[in-house]
Design a protein around this ligand. Structure first.
Ligand SMILES: Nc1ncnc2c1ncn2[C@@H]1O[C@H](COP(=O)(O)OP(=O)(O)OP(=O)(O)O)[C@@H](O)[C@H]1O
Length: 330
C-alpha cells in the first residue's frame, strides 16, 4: 500500500478571538475554525476542497503546509508532520495562493524562477529541463523577461504555477488559482492542471469557489462547512443528486410570502419571482396546474438544477443534499 499523500485524523484548529462586549472589557472566545476533520488523499488524486466563506478551507491549507499548527488531531502530508518538518515538506509540495504571489515583484520572471531553483536546491540541468517544459506548457516565453509587477494577473498566475512546480513536487496545493482570471486564462490554467495531474501523476488539492474549476477538474470533492466535513465523495455522485431535482421558477403577479404547492415550499423569493425545487418523482404538470389555480402567475420556467444549486443546498446545510460518497462526520 502506498503511503497516503495526506492523512488528517480528527484535526482541530481553534483561534482565540477577543471581542468587546459593550463596555471597556474584552472577552476571549475560542473559535473552532476546523472542528474535527478526517480524510485521506491518495497519490494521484485531484480533490476539490470546497465550502462557503469562512468555512475553514484556508485554515486547513495552512495546517497542511505547516504555516499553522493543529490544536489537536494528527496530520501527515507525504508521511511528514507539517508543522515539525516544514522545510523537508517544502521540498516535496508546491503551494499557490491565487490572492498573492510568491514571485519577486521587481525581478523579471526568469530571475524569480532562477531564485526558486536556489531555494529548493534544484540541480542546474534538471532545472533547465523542467523550466523548458513548464515554459512551453504555460506559454511563458513572451513574458519571461518582464518584471513580475508588470505582468497581467493571468500571466502572473502562470508564473506562480511554474514556480510551484519547478522542484517537481508530489503534491500541489492550490488556493483559488483562477480567482480574477478571464475565461481564456482560466481555461489555460485548468488545462495545465489537468495535464500535470494526468501526465506526471502530481496529486492536487484545490480550493475554489469557481464552479467551472470543479466541473472541469475535480473527480472527488470534499465540502467543509463551519469547520466540519459535510460531504466527501465523487463529483459524479453529486451530479446524480442534481439529476434527481428540477427547479421551477415562477413569476407571480405581485411579491408575496413563499408559496407552498403539493407540500413543496419555495426555497428562494426575490420580489414576485420564486424558486421551487421539484423532486424527480413530483409531477411538474400537476404542480404548475396547482400554482396557476391558487396564484396569479405571469410566467413560469422549468429547468434542470445544476451543480451550483446542489452546492448552495449543501452550504445551507440542506440535509436532502447530504449524499453519501465516503463516510462523513455527523
Ligand atoms: N488568525 C485567525 N484568528 C482568528 N480567527 C481566524 C483566524 N483565521 C481564521 N479565522 C476564522 O476561522 C474561520 C475559518 O476561516 P478560513 O479563512 O479558514 O475560511 P475559508 O473557508 O478559507 O473562507 P474563504 O472562502 O472566505 O477564504 C473564520 O470564522 C475566520 O474568521
Amino acid at each position: 500500500m502506498p503511503v497516503p499523500m495526506i492523512e488528517a485524523a480528527d484535526v482541530v484548529k481553534s483561534f482565540t478571538v477577543r471581542t468587546r462586549s459593550g463596555g471597556p472589557r474584552r472577552t476571549r472566545t475560542a473559535v473552532r475554525a476546523v472542528d474535527g476533520v478526517s480524510f485521506t488523499v491518495e497519490p494521484g488524486e485531484f480533490v476539490g476542497y470546497l465550502g462557503p466563506n469562512g468555512a475553514g478551507k484556508s485554515t486547513t491549507i495552512k495546517m497542511l503546509t505547516g504555516i499553522l499548527t493543529a490544536s489537536s488531531g494528527t496530520l501527515r502530508v507525504c508521511g511528514l508532520d507539517p508543522s515539525r518538518r516544514r522545510t523537508s515538506l517544502a521540498r516535496r509540495i508546491g503551494v499557490v495562493f491565487g490572492q498573492r504571489t510568491t514571485l519577486w515583484w521587481d525581478l523579471p520572471l526568469r530571475d524569480s524562477l532562477a531564485l526558486v531553483r536556489r531555494l529548493y536546491r534544484v540541480e542546474a540541468a534538471a532545472h533547465r529541463a523542467r523550466l523548458a517544459e513548464l515554459t512551453a506548457l504555460l506559454e511563458l516565453e513572451p513574458f519571461l523577461d518582464t518584471p513580475v509587477r508588470q505582468l497581467s494577473l493571468g500571466q502572473r498566475m502562470r508564473g506562480d504555477l511554474a514556480a510551484a512546480l519547478l522542484h517537481d513536487p508530489e503534491l500541489l496545493v492550490l488556493d483559488e488559482p483562477t480567482i480574477g482570471l478571464d475565461v481564456v486564462s482560466k481555461a489555460t490554467v485548468r488545462d495545465f492542471l489537468a495535464r500535470v495531474n494526468a501526465e506526471r501523476g502530481t496529486t492536487v488539492l484545490l480550493t475554489t469557489h469557481d464552479l467551472g474549476d470543479i466541473e472541469r477538474l475535480c473527480r472527488r470533492v470534499m465540502i467543509i462547512d463551519r469547520g466540519r466535513l459535510a460531504y466527501d465523495g465523487g463529483l459524479d455522485a453529486l451530479r446524480r443528486t442534481v439529476d434527481a431535482d428540477r427547479l421551477l421558477v415562477v413569476e407571480l403577479a405581485r411579491p408575496g410570502p413563499p408559496v407552498i404547492v403539493d407540500g413543496i415550499e419555495a426555497e428562494r423569493v426575490e420580489g414576485p419571482r420564486q424558486w421551487l425545487r421539484l423532486p424527480r418523482a413530483a409531477n411538474a404538470a400537476a404542480v404548475i396546474a396547482a400554482l396557476a389555480r391558487d396564484h396569479e402567475v405571469r410566467d413560469i420556467a422549468l429547468r434542470e438544477a445544476g451543480i451550483e444549486e446542489v452546492l448552495a443546498g449543501l452550504y445551507r446545510g440542506d440535509h436532502a443534499y447530504r449524499c453519501s460518497g465516503r463516510p462523513v462526520a455527523p
